[in-house]
Design a protein around this ligand. Structure first.
Ligand code: NAD
Ligand code: UGA
Length: 431
């Protein structure tokens, strides 16, 4: 198949390189010329395990190309994937469809033969109808189908999630594009994953409902963790005990600093706004958003308690600052709220993240260190913020080289019992 991927970000690059790995001819396009030039030089714009190898292999084979010539790339292709961002409009809490609409207009002007237009970006219910309306001018009649194929990959696990998805959802009421998409996904759906054909609007809502539900699961366990802290119970035992019930399942029951990232925060808000438009009150999702947004205040209160309210001039070390392990993505990371607070309180913050330094922190009192060792030395408090593997078996005493210091493990990576036996001043979440 000849595929054009519009928007070469996390979703576009992963989908494009994976489709090319399956033998398709793929052109990934983007408006960001620097990104495309770098990709053509073999420089990766994002950190995603396994992606660089996949891109280099398929680029070398000539199956994967990068271009900023969107019009000619559309003309050359049979299937067009829209993978541009749909950020939240902070004033209206609606998904901003500016980029999607731009792309729909470009497609409208470049339909030289029949094409399947696939929305992979996360878009509110009825967006497919709107894209169809934009493209459906006289000269384009019967030359296209707009379908929905929401993406469920997670950053850091994206390649695996793409090749072994739990399900592939295709939303269309027409037979022709469904047959084309089934063929495209055949090598993947053979591997146990389910191909679920549904209406376009259902596919759009399945995506938001899934993210809303996962965000709810995480927020639920975080609130139970608060109860565990007060009642001296270990949240990990509660999550395991609950998860053994197959109706509940143990995934996404890890208590932590609250969900972040480019999707759960924006998608929960957009879902509520869509429901409001349809005069439906999604009260559960609304509470989830509120609870998650205030979680950092709870963490700050705990930090103050650990430090006996004496933060001024304290040396704080952050291990990991990204919103989760396996990605360089800082979008809506809890660290973006906690670190500025600590700086305001007069702390000196040093951090190390395996994905490198971040441009988000511009203050003389926050410094990136090139290793765990450099970041930890002399700290009064270590905050284990992101669950990168390399933070899972540290010898804190050797690293800090100080008599009195505390550890606040936001990811419950360590056993409280073992830490107590080592006489370490250790605190974690819900335990
Ligand atoms: P991203 O910001 O990483 O990438 C989007 C890319 O689109 C950018 O490179 C941007 O330059 C490009 N772009 C914008 N307008 C363009 C245009 N007119 N023509 C060509 N390129 C254009 O975004 P992302 O994280 O890949 O997310 C894309 C969509 O997929 C969003 O709707 C998101 O909610 C959804 N999604 C993301 C993930 C994820 O893990 N990041 C997972 C599932 C779904
Ligand atoms: C999430 C979904 O898992 C994907 O299925 C979806 O495709 C994607 O959003 C999207 O729509 O963009 P992602 O944001 O990459 O993927 O990361 P997750 O692994 O879901 O983690 C999201 C947040 O929840 C992180 O901050 C993570 O630390 C937190 N989390 C996750 C927990 O606190 N506890 C858990 O048990 C799981």
């Amino acid at each position: 198949m000849k595929i054009c991927i519009i928007g070469s970000g996390y979703v576009g690059l992963v989908s494009g390189s994976c489709f090319s790995e399956l033998g398709n001819n793929v052109i990934c396009v983007d408006v960001n010329k620097e990104k495309i030039n770098n990709l053509n030089k073999g420089l990766m714009p994002i950190y995603e395990p396994g992606l660089e190898e996949l891109i280099k292999r398929n680029y070398k084979q000539g199956r994967l190309k990068f271009s900023f010539d969107i019009s000619s790339s559309i003309k050359k292709s049979d299937i067009i994937f829209i993978c541009v961002g749909t950020p939240i409009n902070k004033k209206t809490n609606q998904a901003n469809l500016r980029y999607v609409n731009n792309v729909a207009n470009i497609i409208k002007n470049n339909l030289n033969k029949y094409k399947v237009i696939v929305t992979k970006s996360t878009v509110p219910v009825t967006t497919g109808d709107k894209i169809e309306k934009i493209i459906n001018i006289k000269k384009n009649k019967n030359k296209f189908d707009v379908i929905s194929n929401p993406e469920f990959l997670r950053e850091g696990e994206a390649i695996r999630d793409f090749f072994y998805p739990d399900r592939v959802v295709i939303g269309t009421n027409s037979k022709k594009p469904n047959t084309i998409m089934k063929n495209l996904y055949l090598p993947i759906i053979k591997k146990k994953s389910r191909y679920f054909h549904t209406s376009r609007k259902s596919a759009e809502l399945i995506k938001y409902a899934s993210n809303g539900f996962l965000a709810t699961k995480i927020t639920f366990i975080n609130e139970i963790a608060n109860l565990c802290e007060k009642s001296n119970i270990d949240i990990k035992e509660i999550a395991t005990g609950m998860g053994l019930d197959e109706r509940i399942g143990d995934r996404f029951l890890r208590a932590g600093p609250g969900y972040g990232g480019s999707c759960f925060p924006k998608d929960t808000k957009a879902l509520v706004t869509t429901a409001n438009k349809f005069k439906t009150n999604l009260s559960i999702v609304k509470s989830v958003i509120k609870s998650n947004e205030s979680r950092y205040k709870f963490l700050i209160a705990r930090i103050n308690k650990i430090m006996s309210n004496k933060l001024n001039n304290k040396k704080i070390c952050f291990l990991g600052v990204t919103f989760k392990a396996g990605t360089d993505d800082m979008r809506e990371s809890p660290s973006l709220k906690i670190i500025p607070y600590l700086i305001r309180k007069g702390c000196k913050v040093r951090y190390y993240d395996p994905s490198g330094p971040k441009s988000n922190f511009k203050n003389n009192n926050i410094k990136y260190c090139p290793s765990t060792k450099d970041a930890c030395v002399g700290a009064d408090l270590l905050i284990v913020h992101t669950e990168w593997n390399e933070f899972k078996q540290l010898n804190f005493k050797t690293l800090v080289k100080k008599k009195i210091f505390s550890i606040f493990d936001l990811r419950n990576l360590y056993s409280p019992l073992k830490m107590k036996k080592s006489s370490l001043n250790y605190f974690s979440i819900g335990r």
